[in-house]
Design a protein around this ligand. Structure first.
Ligand SMILES: [Zn+2]
Length: 332
């Protein structure tokens, strides 16, 4: 009995059983969404966004500011990051889901008005831009549109033999796993090294470690590339974004069997998670582009096969996103 109590209290200290509610897509998820949006800005929007960021925060990029809003959360702004749709009901009813305008969609609309108001000081508009970048990501995270268990924060699960909660799995762990499995030069080399080491019965810790490391930059590039092939007409209404994510949260199977996140679960939800990030990026780009005239970048044929000149322009575009960013951080 005593031992149990002791173990329980040690675990309570060691395991982040109840992290801050609704921590949002983790840092990397937000950065991926921002990088996808960045790749889809039209030339004028790209120039204006770059000017705004460089005047207020020299060296900043859409990616680097994407998770800023999570670092300045207060009691007054924490509700801006989610919508409390009850189970089985994705209707938006402002008095229920957005009392006093204190919810994601209302915050997004307010920040959008500030961003588009050229009479406001540039510093205010830049803060608004940072909220738009962030909240467009949160809107598409299904558990940010799900009231039960505080968006899954209160639902304990096992992942990789550790205790965590369902919200954290969706925020961070799934994306980390997908980025680790992404084929790119580095990770292939590393896993080849690990396979060789295993074959010769050696324990090559560094090769195994390298194989297990997420490669967020390669993963981001892959998703940007896919985002150009998707026949998807982005809407600019944050209510619609949160409702479609709410419907995902209501799909059977999002709560794992026996509270264990299996490899099957990780694989099953991969297309959903990736589509959510891509949609968020395209929707965010559309909102910013519409603020500066032409909604699409006419220099790229979206949805066209990635061959011939379109492929070259696409590759240039992806390189450009990474040139002016210090780069999505790799590693853990
Ligand atoms: Zn957030």
């Amino acid at each position: 009995m005593k031992t149990h109590v002791l173990i329980a209290s040690v675990l309570a200290v060691l395991l982040p059983l109840t992290p801050t509610p609704a921590a949002a897509w983790g840092r990397e998820g937000h950065r991926i969404v921002a990088a996808i949006a960045d790749a889809h800005l039209n030339p004028q929007a790209r120039q204006e966004v770059a000017r705004m960021l460089s005047e207020i925060e020299p060296g900043a990029s859409m990616e680097s500011v994407a998770d800023w809003a999570d670092t300045v959360r207060t009691r007054g702004t924490s509700h801006w990051h989610f919508m409390n749709y009850p189970k089985g009901d994705c209707r938006y009813q402002p008095p229920v889901e957005c009392a006093d305008g204190n919810c994601l969609v209302a915050a997004f609309d307010r920040e959008l008005a500030v961003f588009r108001d050229h009479s406001r000081p540039l510093a205010e508009r830049e803060v608004a831009l940072k909220y738009l970048i962030h909240l467009a990501g949160d809107a598409e995270m299904p558990l940010h549109d799900w009231a039960p268990d505080r968006g899954g924060n209160g639902y304990q699960v096992q992942f990789d033999g550790r205790g965590t909660n369902l919200h954290h799995v969706w925020d961070t762990e799934l994306i980390r796993r997908y980025a680790t499995a992404t084929p790119d030069g580095k990770s292939e080399e590393a896993s080849a090294g690990a396979r060789l080491a295993a074959f010769f019965g050696r324990r090559d810790a560094s090769a195994a470690e390298a194989a297990a490391r997420p490669h967020y930059q390669a993963y981001t590039k892959q998703l940007i590339s896919e985002s150009f092939q998707l026949p998807f007409e982005p809407t600019t209404d944050p209510i619609v974004w949160t409702q479609s994510a709410c419907r995902v949260a209501n799909r059977p199977g999002i709560y794992p069997d026996r509270r264990v996140i299996s490899d099957g679960y990780v694989d099953n939800w991969r297309p959903t998670v990736e589509l959510a990030m891509i949609e968020a990026g395209l929707q965010l780009a559309q909102v910013i582009n519409e603020s500066y005239g032409t909604p699409h970048d006419s220099t790229l044929d979206r949805g066209a096969p990635a061959t011939t000149p379109n492929e070259r322009r696409l590759r240039d575009r992806i390189d450009k996103v990474f040139d002016h960013n210090s780069g999505t951080s790799d590693g853990s």
